[in-house]
Design a protein. Structure first.
Length: 134
């Protein structure tokens, strides 16, 4: 069992190293959350769907656990669909993690739900954003 865990960690570290080297969403998201680990309380909501996938690998449970590795002790992480996020708004302070196309497609709704929300690019290409809601 330990050998399998070590092997999986080694494989996953390749993804992280690739993300760090190419400035992609895997490493950038982790570093973004880690840099804000002292914010307490704070929630992270990773918004994803087949039409607007946040990550290209794994499953939502993996994604929640991945982001959760970088979150502080008083922070929560959840993964939800855009419809769920729009129909069941969360209480601030929080950060919505999503692709830029999803942010742009529903920007009026996000701004109505979260006045004062500010989108920040996570990747150099701007393909992924962190929407900070104070």
């Amino acid at each position: 069992v330990i050998a399998i865990l070590v092997w999986n960690a080694a494989i996953f570290s390749d993804y992280v190293a690739h993300g760090y080297a190419t400035q992609q969403e895997v490493g950038r998201t982790g570093r973004y959350v880690l840099a804000r680990a002292e914010r307490q309380p704070h929630a992270y909501c990773l918004i994803t769907s087949p039409a607007y996938p946040y990550y290209w690998w794994g499953h939502p449970t993996y994604w929640r656990n991945w982001v959760g590795l970088f979150a502080g002790p008083g922070q929560s992480v959840e993964v939800m669909s855009p419809l769920e996020a729009l129909m069941q708004p969360r209480r601030p302070p929080l950060t919505l993690l999503m692709t830029r196309p999803l942010w742009l497609a529903a920007q009026p709704e996000w701004r109505r739900l979260y006045p004062g929300a500010e989108a920040r690019a996570l990747t150099p290409t701007g393909s992924h954003v962190a929407v900070e809601v104070p």
